[in-house]
Design a protein around this ligand. Sequence first.
Ligand code: SF4
Length: 468
Amino acid sequence: MDARVSAKIQSVFEEPACEHNQNKDEKARKKGCTKQLSPGAAAGGCAFDGAKIALQPIADVAHLVHGPIACEGNSWDNRNSSTSGPQLYRTGFTTDIGELDVIYGGEKRLFKSIREIIEKYDPPAVFVYQTCVTALIGDDIEAVCKRAAEKFGTPVVPVNAPGFVGPKNLGNKLGAEALLDYVIGTVEPEVTTPYDINIIGEYNLAGELWQVRPLLDALGIRVLACISGDGRYKEVAQSHRARAAMMVCSKSMINVARKMEDRYGIPFFEGSFYGIEDMSDTLRNLARLLVERGAPADLLARTEALIAVEEKRAWERIAVYRPRLEGKKVLLITGGVKSWSVVAALQEAGLEVVGTSVKKSTKEDKEKIKEIMGEDAHMIDDMTPREMFKMLREARADIMLSGGRSQFVALKAKMPWLDINQERHYAYAGYEGMVDLVREISKTLFNPMWELVRVPAPWDVPAVGEVC
Ligand code: SF4
């Protein structure tokens, strides 16, 4: 493995702000968070895929994948990350290397591809992604990007996270390192205000950021940069001038938040947009940090006033669904903060949460579940598809909320299912998002299709007088 990539991986593993890492002993920490992947084991996403997921939402940048065409096919737009403007990020650029490039090297081809993109699209920057094959044949993407940037006068950013170095999560962090090394701090903003913030690790899936922005606008808080949802190259480049930052719960970019605090003195907190209580806490924390860094103190009172109005409105709108949803049982298979943050809203709508998965949850997440759902909360550590099927089939749950991977279990059991993970098409952030979630649950539960699919096929119904 390239010595630069090895060093980067080591520094990511030693991230002091990562609790998971800090809880390990010295030996385990050195070993890192990953095992070498065996062929086929990258099905959940390789490091390259993770880097692409983290950076592709920067919408005005050309994202060029240096490798065989299948790598781009594997990673292209596989999240529903939305943009309010440029569409360039959704164009699949790849060097599409072949056998001859493997023999003679793919660097010339990469250089030509960068030139072609700049001539045709004139983007503010080109991001170049390393992949397994081009890393194995020794293509030096850093050198090519440097030369291209000098020659064409456009920033060309190498993202060195070939698939074989580890899983998707590591790739998220390596992608973030490319921003720290080549982008953040390279442009000065025209104006700054005491209300400037960064949102880190938010990908604007299904447009969730847009459910939160109006709340920030109402408080006069300016998002200097969202890294990377609905992002623009220039915004990320000037994000070092923000007064405070929020790191979205997934921790996929904890290294960006922590290093920006070290380098530029931007304090950050970990928050979530999911759930009414969490949204309010996030607004409070943002206001507090900004005031601590010099924003006028009235921001705190204005924030409390906004929270009071928005919470009341959201609870009233959720309560409308109560008569319809009262007593319906929900199986929640997700992870992290979502394993508890949406529970309060579901309970308010009259739904009973019969189980929530805690596979990816931290100790604090589990404590929080107990607090909301009681000591005998049913926490599911790792449920096999067979157990899920049984639970749905025996009607111990009326609906399953989960990610796309387990959808077929629910559909096979002919039970309602709603996607709440990263591939979802509906946005569930902020106060508005919780109301939308309850509405979608109601629509899914009462979809007349379920009655129809449960009717036995005509050939399975014995004819009159026929013995089965
Ligand atoms: S980078 Fe490697 S593991 Fe990832 S898609 Fe390409 S070949 Fe597969």
